[in-house]
Design a protein around this ligand. Structure first.
Ligand code: UN1
Length: 484
């Protein structure tokens, strides 16, 4: 069994903790390698290296930094299939989706490399004569990137690419469920020529290194994707650091009485059961007009029963395993809870008895909006159907949750669509498309307990740079703004 190391200061090193942990293939419950169970000492070391590397990296002209990012894009392209296969092995998603995950990484490195020749500030007139006003962007310093397992190549890349183009140095802690994907990604960054100390990878658990990653005095910003619970912990413990948090959702698809039901069916299947329901953007509620509910439920149950569970490497597989045993227990817990709460189980509701962390795609109907299965994020293939009588009720129920990441409405009615755009409390609203499928050049993030900040697109640049305002007075005399 191979033991993998941390990457600190340009070298692969073992943790002084001398402890390791395993990463499992969730389809067969077998270890794929041993990884450093790091301690605070590793973070200390990584911060030192990141600090040493900062001056030279932040002073490297952004178009030069971009050349390395373009190289990373090229290497990701070259290694797309092998990275995708590794993702299937370590995380379980089906191969086609894994290819999409790597493609998202390719896209964001390309986009952010392009930013190397932009990183725009702006100029604006002064209220005074002979005075020039502008803004520039500056690097933040050392940033901490803490990433989940569900997009083990894409989400780290969403954070690494903008952090790098903005000239920051990085401490990167990937999920303890997908350390090997992170290691392979870092190998590519290293091969592309990222200077030593600029990106430091430390594997391990939030329980042992999370706190120092969050409150280390030298770390200037934290970008985290994961649970609400950890998000709240970060907010409490980070002090005055710049924080960006993406904490998931309880995303709904609204299906109105005039919707194209075939289209809505495809959107619901993809949103609820794609990636085995393990996306922050996954569809976990269908809010449907009572007039079409029974018809749609029949269509949905028939289609769901045809979905095949299995290894993500098999062409015949529609749904891969969940990430680990705990995730299976969580889906099962919510299924039992749904039954207790009085919802009606239409299909699924059980783990598979074979090896691997598989759970049947599960659909409940007659769900009341306030039931816990309709309120709490399950992060598994468990879907709740709620019936409504009109658009206002649909939007009210859609909004009556703690989080607000993604949302969707299927309708042919422009008035319904614009009402959804204006009234739904979420960072993303799709019209006639599922709740998943964000593109990297648009901002990604949410409202309420989904957290703060926006990743990707130009707003990703804002997360990893700070603005300096410049006033240049060339009048040769003291001019007073606001007249004195
Ligand atoms: C996530 O689940 O955290 O929009 C990210 C999507 C993907 C990204 C999901 N492009 O579903």
């Amino acid at each position: 069994m191979k033991t993998y190391k941390n990457f600190i200061g340009g070298k692969w090193v073992s943790s002084p903790s001398k402890k390791t942990f395993h990463s499992l293939d969730p389809a067969i419950e077998k270890s794929i390698g041993k990884f450093q169970d790091s301690s605070e000492l590793d973070i200390e070391l990584a911060v030192k290296e990141a600090e040493k590397a900062f001056l030279s990296w932040s002073e490297t002209p952004a178009p030069k930094r971009a050349e390395i990012l373009f190289k990373i894009r090229d290497l990701l392209k070259e290694n797309k299939e092998s990275l995708a296969r590794l993702e299937v092995k370590e995380m379980g998603k089906v191969y086609k989706e894994a290819l999409g995950d790597v493609q998202e990484a390719i896209d964001i490195f390309e986009y952010m490399a392009g930013e190397g020749r932009r990183l725009f500030g702006f100029t604006t007139p002064s209220e005074l004569k002979n005075k020039f006003c502008a803004t520039i962007r500056r690097s933040l310093g050392i940033v901490s990137l803490i990433t989940p397992w569900n997009f083990p190549i894409a989400i780290p890349s969403w954070k690494l690419a903008p952090a790098l183009i903005c000239g920051n140095t990085i401490i990167f802690k990937p999920s303890s469920d997908t350390p090997l994907c992170a290691i392979e990604l870092i190998k590519i960054l290293n091969q592309a020529g990222i200077p030593k100390g600029v990106v430091n990878l430390v594997t391990g658990f939030g329980s042992s290194i999370g706190t120092s990653l969050i409150n280390h005095q030298k770390i200037r910003a934290i970008s985290f994707t994961g649970s609400v619970e950890t998000g709240k912990f970060i907010t409490k413990n980070a002090g005055l650091k710049k924080i960006s948090l993406e904490l998931g959702g309880k995303n709904a698809i609204i299906v109105m009485e005039d919707a194209n039901l075939e289209l809505a069916l495809e959107g619901v299947l993809w949103g609820a059961f794609g990636t085995t329901g393990q996306r922050c953007t996954a569809t976990s509620r269908v809010i449907i007009h009572a007039k079409v509910a029974t018809k749609f439920e029949n269509m949905l149950v028939n289609a769901t029963k045809k979905l095949k569970l299995g290894s993500g490497l098999l062409k015949t597989t529609d749904i891969g395993p969940l990430i680990n045993k705990k995730a299976v227990e969580k889906s099962d817990y919510y299924t039992n809870l749904g039954l207790k709460e009085g919802a009606k189980l239409l299909t699924g509701g059980k783990p598979l008895s074979s090896k691997g962390f598989f759970y049947q795609p599960t659909i409940f109907t007659n769900v009341k909006p306030e039931m816990r299965i309709a309120q709490e994020e399950i992060f598994g293939p468990v879907l709740s159907i709620i019936k409504i009588k009109n658009i206002d009720e649909a939007i009210e129920i859609c909004n009556n949750i703690k989080q607000g990441l993604s949302s969707s409405i299927y309708t042919e009615n422009m008035r319904y669509a614009f009402k959804a755009i204006n009234k739904i409390e979420a960072g993303i609203t799709y019209i006639n498309s599922s709740t998943i499928g964000a593109e990297i050049h648009l901002p990604f993030g949410g409202v309420k307990e989904t957290g703060s900040g926006r990743e990707a697109g130009i707003e990703g640049i804002n997360e990893f740079s700070e603005t300096k305002t410049i006033y240049i007075d060339y009048s040769g005399k003291l001019q007073k703004a606001q007249g004195g």
